[in-house]
Design a protein around this ligand. Structure first.
Ligand SMILES: Nc1ncnc2c1ncn2[C@@H]1O[C@H](COP(=O)(O)OP(=O)(O)O)[C@@H](O)[C@H]1O
Ligand SMILES: [Mg+2]
Length: 327
């Protein structure tokens, strides 16, 4: 069963000429990492807040695991949804442990269970347990976001809504938190709706990207599809679809080696810096440019599994270009 189904969901604020969210319909499957991408004011936050019932829709409906959200008490609904935001929303006068425990306490968990949960969550988000006793202001911005993530995960919700959670962080901290979020996702298989206006973040994290503009969904597709088949000039411009390097960054070495038009060669000349099958082709290209025609060895678990050449890259790019031309 689908995790979330939205049916013509609309929010019209009083006194505004256009709806903030305009009759959007979409379906999200369990375990999907969805990124909502679009310029400021396009309705991303409003959409998340309707799903969390912080705003009531003006019209339309949505279903969580098949149940109409209006038929669920708000508290029951929010228990199944974790919410994390850019400003973290941590309570400044509560210690980290108390902040993380807010929802479990509301749910009446026993003290033992709550204490164990706090430890487990601190481990999960990569914070030392000594941080339990600190106050939010005694943590860096990135650490506070980790606490925000731990708090959102506290009652083990099926779905996570994240509204530009890394928006205020410096680039290095941000990339690190993206990596950890992806690692957590691989472990926990939550359904995630993650808002950003940063295209790199969207392409990096998403299974599918929902591109929004003026309250509407312009395209809802996997990252490579957005680049190869933008539905609309707006999407092409937003995603930089003409950027070949960006396309290469979304394709793995493994996929290029499996290209049907080319025989994987497996001669055993050793290479100093072998590629891994899961490396992306952008990285591969930068290395290939310095080695010449013989290409680069691809190694997994100490075993050579192929040799990647510029021909592979050209073949794969031709495929995605053809994909785009088929429309
Ligand atoms: N509480 C509100 N009252 C009136 N208008 C609002 C309110 N919240 C958002 N809006 C308007 O709705 C539109 C979408 O806003 P928002 O969902 O916050 O966009 P985003 O998160 O994509 O930047 C904007 O035009 C914004 O001004
Ligand atoms: Mg917003």
């Amino acid at each position: 069963m689908s995790m979330l189904v939205a049916d013509e969901l609309t929010k019209q604020f009083p006194g505004e000429s256009q709806p903030a969210v305009d009759a959007v319909s979409f379906t999200v499957e369990p375990g999907e990492f969805i990124v909502l991408l679009g310029p400021s004011g396009c309705g991303k936050t409003t959409l998340l807040k309707m799903i969390n019932r912080l705003y009531e829709p003006t019209s339309g409906r949505f279903f969580i695991e098949g149940v109409d959200a209006r038929d669920m008490p708000v508290t029951a609904l929010r228990r199944r949804i974790g919410y994390a935001i850019q400003q973290t929303g941590l309570f400044p006068h509560l210690r980290i442990a108390q902040n993380i425990a807010v929802v479990p306490r509301l749910l009446g968990w026993s003290n033992d269970r709550i204490e164990a949960r706090i430890d487990a969550l601190l481990d999960l988000v990569g914070l030392p347990r000594e941080f339990r006793q600190r106050y939010p202001r005694q943590l860096s911005g990135g650490q506070q976001q980790r606490v925000g993530l731990a708090r959102a995960l506290a009652a083990d919700p099926a779905m996570m809504l994240m509204d530009e959670p890394f928006g205020a962080l410096d680039a290095i901290t941000r990339t690190r938190l993206q990596d950890e979020l992806m690692a957590i996702q691989r472990k926990l298989h939550k359904t995630i709706l993650f808002v950003t206006h940063d295209i790199e973040e969207a392409l990096r994290l998403a299974d599918r990207v929902m591109v929004m503009k003026d309250g509407r969904i312009i395209q809802f597709a996997p990252p490579l599809m957005l680049l190869a088949q933008p539905e609309d000039p707006f999407v092409a411009e937003l995603t930089g679809a003409s950027d070949l390097l960006r396309q290469l960054s979304l394709i793995t070495v493994e996929r290029a080696l499996a290209h049907p038009g080319l025989q994987p060669s497996t001669d055993e000349t050793a290479d100093l810096t072998p590629l891994h099958p899961q490396d992306d082709l952008r990285l591969a290209l930068t290395r290939l440019l310095s080695v010449g025609d013989e290409g680069l060895v691809v190694v997994e678990d100490g075993r050579m599994c192929g040799r990647l050449t510029l021909n592979h890259l050209q073949a794969v790019l031709r495929d995605t270009a053809l994909l785009g031309a088929q429309r």
